[in-house]
Structures are given as structure tokens and as C-alpha cells.
Ligand binder design. Structure first.
Ligand code: SAM
Length: 223
């Protein structure tokens, strides 16, 4: 029976791949990848000679039927994204849903995802939290903020560095400038940094030191 395995890959530090992920990548018949260049570099690093086949956001809908056919024709296929866990703010969900509809077995290995170290190291309660991924840029963003302003659980967002200050401004506007936040930047990389404080304090810091790299924002829930 055909099987699709979602394999998480490092979010910055190549040591964060699991032994099992390496074994599965070696054993699999096909590797579907969000960006084949990124994945081929990763495979080369671990001395795995298996060419990656594109499966990315631009062709996710279009290539679904073809991908399902390819999975059916093999025993084991793997889906990876550029970094972290596939389908978490990355392509994958549609393929998983379609595989399940088609009776194809799905497995997801445990492994890196940026939200987990960010929420755990934030110091905010992490027994319960909500993951919002990227908020919509324009339409629907205000509505999300209004809903999130009432949220009592810790909130986790993905955001790009050039929108960070604006985003912190909106947290201040909708949740109050005293709301505690933690910005986790470049997790597992050389310039890894956690900035904790009130929204106003953290926003001032990043106004003075424009951030680079990848960012997770963690917001304390409403008290
Ligand atoms: N699939 C990935 C995961 O499991 O976390 C997420 C992919 S999403 C396209 C990329 C976003 O994840 C970045 O814009 C950033 O918000 C977050 N991210 C990924 N790597 C990160 C890192 N090393 N440090 C901080 N945030 C990171």
C-alpha cells in the first residue's frame, strides 16, 4: 500500500534533523519538495542521492492529481518543505487531505517547527496556545486582531522582519502597549535572539535595531 511521509527538516541548524528523518529520506522512492534546490542541497549534505521533485505553493492545486498518481505508483514517498514541518505555513495540507481521500496512508515524523521553541522559550504559559501562522496582510487582518485581543491563551504568529515593527504597533493598538510579548528571531541559527518585554519596549528596540532574518512573535494571552 502506498504511503506518504511528511518529513520535517532543520529550520537553521543542520544538526536538528533526526536520525529517523535521514533514514526515511534514504529509503524513500520519491521526495517531493517545496523548492528542489533547497532540498537537493540538504540531501547532498547528508549524502543522499535522490533527486527532489517539485511540489510547491504555486503548483499545489494543479499538480495534486499527478502527485497522487506518482504516490500510488510507489511504496513510499516523502514530502519536505524548505524548512521545518511541511504543511505548517507551508504546502502540504491539500496533499494530505487528498491522500486520505484516496486511501493513501499518511505519516508525519516529529521534528523541527519554529513555533515550538518560540512558545516554550517565551516564558508564557505553553500548556495551551493558539498558532495563527501568518496573519492576512490586508483583508481580514483587523478582524483577526479583534478576535485575538480577547484570546486568553498564548498566541503564536509568524511574521516577516520588515513587517515586525508595524505588527508590534498593531498588538499595542488592539491589545494594549503593556501586553507582554516575546520576539524569537533566527531560532537555531548563529544570531538567535529572544526579546521579551511589553509590546512598547520590544517595538522601541526593533525601531532602533531593524531586524533581519526569520521571526516568530509570541503574545501573552489576555489576563
Ligand atoms: N514549516 C515551517 C515550520 O515548521 O515552522 C514554517 C515555514 S513558514 C513559510 C516560514 C516562517 O516560519 C518564517 O517567516 C518565520 O516566521 C518562521 N521561521 C522559520 N524558521 C525560523 C527560525 N529559524 N527562526 C524564527 N522563525 C522561523
Amino acid at each position: 500500500m502506498a504511503k506518504l511521509i511528511l518529513v520535517p527538516t532543520p529550520i537553521g541548524n543542520l544538526e536538528d534533523i533526526t536520525l529517523r528523518a535521514i533514514r526515511i529520506l534514504k529509503e524513500t522512492d520519491l521526495v517531493f519538495a517545496e523548492d528542489t534546490r533547497t532540498t537537493n542541497r540538504l540531501l547532498k549534505h547528508f549524502e543522499i542521492s535522490k533527486p527532489a521533485i517539485p511540489f510547491h505553493a504555486h503548483n499545489e492545486h494543479r499538480s495534486l492529481a499527478l502527485t497522487i498518481d506518482r504516490i500510488r505508483a510507489n511504496k513510499m514517498c516523502v514530502l519536505v518543505s524548505d524548512a521545518g514541518t511541511p504543511a505548517i505555513s507551508d504546502p502540504g495540507y491539500l496533499l494530505v487531505r487528498e491522500c486520505l481521500k484516496e486511501g493513501i496512508e499518511i505519516e508525519c515524523l516529529p521534528g523541527p517547527a519554529a513555533l515550538i521553541p518560540a512558545v516554550v522559550a517565551s516564558g508564557f504559559p505553553c500548556d495551551k496556545f493558539v498558532f495563527e501562522g501568518f496573519l492576512p496582510h490586508k483583508k481580514g487582518r483587523q478582524t483577526r486582531w479583534k478576535i485575538l485581543a480577547e484570546e486568553e491563551r498564548t498566541i503564536v504568529l509568524y511574521e516577516s522582519p520588515h513587517r515586525l515593527v508595524k505588527c508590534l504597533g498593531q498588538i499595542g493598538e488592539f491589545m494594549g502597549e503593556d501586553r507582554q510579548v516575546c520576539v524569537a528571531r533566527e531560532i537555531t541559527k548563529i544570531y538567535e535572539e529572544y526579546k521579551r518585554g511589553t509590546t512598547m519596549e520590544v517595538m522601541k528596540h526593533y525601531e532602533e535595531h531593524p531586524p533581519k532574518g526569520e521571526i516568530v512573535i509570541v503574545i501573552e494571552g489576555k489576563k
